[in-house]
Design a protein. Structure first.
Length: 95
């Protein structure tokens, strides 16, 4: 019984990864230098709950995804978000 469940889970994960891989979109590289210092951005940060129906541009999407979990050192796999032991247990998916 357990092996049937494991096989079904494997098939679901494998097939879903194939679907995801077939829908990949190349994003522009993130900007690594901004027009504002970190300190200024933090002091001006406010939560605003007013949303637009306008879609994000690929540049905006790329920047947000990079800021959330972008790779900062490809050789060692380091990301923008910290992780104990560099395990990075969180992945970001966009649908």
């Amino acid at each position: 019984m357990l092996s049937k469940i494991a096989l079904k889970l494997f098939l679901i994960l494998f097939l879903s990864s194939q679907v995801l891989a077939s829908n990949l979109i190349d994003l522009p590289p993130p900007k690594l230098k901004g027009e504002m210092s970190l300190e200024e951005a933090l002091s001006l940060r406010r939560s605003i709950r007013s949303y637009s129906k306008e879609a994000l541009s690929l540049e905006e999407l790329s920047q947000l995804l990079w800021a959330g979990s972008g790779v900062t050192e490809p050789r060692r796999g380091f990301r923008t978000a910290p992780s104990a032991g560099a395990l990075y247990p969180i992945d970001i998916y966009l649908f």
